[in-house]
Design a protein around this ligand. Sequence first.
Ligand code: NA7
Length: 542
Amino acid sequence: SKTSQAADFDVVAIGGGFSGLYMIHSLREAGYSVRVYEAGGDVGGVWYWHRYPGLRCDVESFAYCYYFSEELYNEWTWTSRYPSQPEILRYINFVADKFDLRRDIQFNTRINAAHYDEVNERWQIYLNDGTSVTAKFFIPTVGGLTSAPNVPNFKGLHSFEGEWYHTGNWPKEKVNFKGKRVGVIGTGSSGMQVIPEIAKEADHLTVFQRTPQYSIPAGNHELDPEYVRQRKANFKELKQQIRNSRTGDFKRLIDKSALAVTEEERLQEFESAWEKGGGLPRYNDLFTNEEANQTYGDFVRSKISEIVRDPEVAQKLMPNYHFGTKRIALSTNYYETYNRDNVTLIDIKKAPIEEITPMGVRTTEKEYKLDALVFATGYDAITGPLFKIDIRGRNGVALKEKWNHGGEISTYLGLAIDGFPNLFMVAGAEGPGAVVNNLVVIESNVEWIIDCLNHLREQGINTIEARPEAAADWSKSVAEAANATLFVKTESWWTGANIPDKPRGFPIYLGGFDKYNQICKEVADKGYAGFSLSVNKKEEVN
Ligand code: NA7
C-alpha cells in the first residue's frame, strides 16, 4: 500500500537485504509496526544488484546464512562450499516467502532524507515519491560495504561508444561478451572473480590493474550430502560456535606465532591452507607481526611465480604491501587466467588512465580499443550508503557534518550515534562487520536492537541516545584495536583510500566478533550503560 502523509510506524528501516528482512521479521514477532523502503524491485539487497559472472560470497554457505530459525535452517539446502550469487538470491527469496516479508516493504522507493523532530520525538522520513512518513525509530539498514558503487570520474567516460557496467549494478539479463574486446578496471575481490569468467568468453580481455591484490584459491566445491546432513543435525552447536568465534564463522586459529615453528613446519601449514583453499594459515600473528606477515606474503608471491608462466606478468601481479591488509580475495583460477593468450595485464600505476575515449581506454602509453568495459572499482563503503541520505539529528545537525564527511566518525558500539536519538545502525561503522562474516553481525545487531526496544517499551521510555563520552570511548577503543594491527599501514577501502578526497581512518572494530558481542551484551545487562534514556523530553532516568 502507498504511504500517506499521516502514516506513522514504530520503525522505518531500509532495504530488502539481509538486515532489512531480519529486522521486519523480528519487529513483527515482538509486536512493532515496521515499514521498509527498498530502491530495487524485489528483495536481495546487494545480492539483487550484484549479478556479475563468477560472483560468490567469500564466507562459507553454512556460515553465511541466518541462524535465527532452526526450521528455516533445516528447510534450506546449500549446494556449494561458497554460495554463488544466484543461490544466495534464491535463499533470500525463500526467506521472504517463508515469513511473508514483502508486505512490509515498499519497493522502487528511496529514502531521500530522515530528520529528527525533537518536539514530537519522531523521525520524519522523506521519500523520493514526494511523500513522507514518521517513525519513532529510524534504523537505516543500508548495508555498509557494497551498496554504494564507485564509478571513478574518468574524463570522457560518457563518450564511450561500447557498453559499460559496474560489478555492483549489473543487468538482470546475461551480458554477452562473446566475440568482444573487453576491458576490466579494478583487481579487488570483484575483479578477481569476474576476470576469469570474462576471459573464457571474450575475444580478448585487457585488465587494467592499479594495485595488485593478494588472492588465495577459494577451493570451492559442491557440498557432499553427508556433510550437509551433519551440518543440519548440529544446528545448536554450530550456532553457538559461530556466535562465540572471532570471525563469525568456523575458522579457528592455533595459539602460536608463525615464527615459533621451523620453516619446514610453517611451509607445510602454508601449503595445506593453500591446498584446502578458502582460508589462511592458522598462526595467530599474521596481521600483527610484520615478520610473520612477510612469511606468508612471500609464500603467496612464490605461488604467483609458479602459476604464471610469463615472469614479467607474474612480477606485475605480486603485491608488495603487508599480506591481507587490503581485503584478501578468494578466487578461482585468477592467476591461471594470465596464462591465456587472450588476456593482457596493464599496469596503470606505471601508465595511468588518461581518459576513456569513444573507442576504449587511453593510458599515458597508448589507446586500447574495446567493445565493452567493466568497472570492478569497488564501493564507497561504510559511510557512503548513509551519506546518500540527508540524515539530521538534534538541532538539525547533519550526520555528514557531525562525522566531518567521514573524517571524524564516532558511534557507540557501531549501533548508535550521539545527537541522533532513536536511531540504530546494523553492521555499521565501528562495528566488526567489514572484517568478519557480516551476516552474523547483522543477526547480533538486530537482536540487540529488538531487546533494547523491548526494554524501552517495558520501562515506558521514549527516547534513547548514546552519551557523547560513551561514543568517544568506543571510538578510541576501535582505533586502539586497529592500531595494534598491520591493517592500518596499507591504503584500502577500509581506510577510505579508494575514494578520491575521502578522509582516512579505520572505522572498523578489530577486537573480534566474540568480544564485540560480549561488550554489547554487558552494556544491555547494565541497563544500557552509556546511553541516556528519557521518559519524555525533560525527565532522564539513566
Ligand atoms: P575493491 O576491493 O575496493 O577493489 C576495487 C579495485 O578497483 C581495486 O583494484 C582498485 O585499485 C581499483 N580502482 C578503484 N578506483 C580506481 C581508479 N580510479 N582507477 C583505477 N583503478 C581503480 O572493490 P571490490 O568490488 O573488488 O570488492 C569490494 C568488497 O566486496 C570486498 O572487499 C568484499 O568485502 C566484498 P586500488 O587498490 O585502489 O589501487
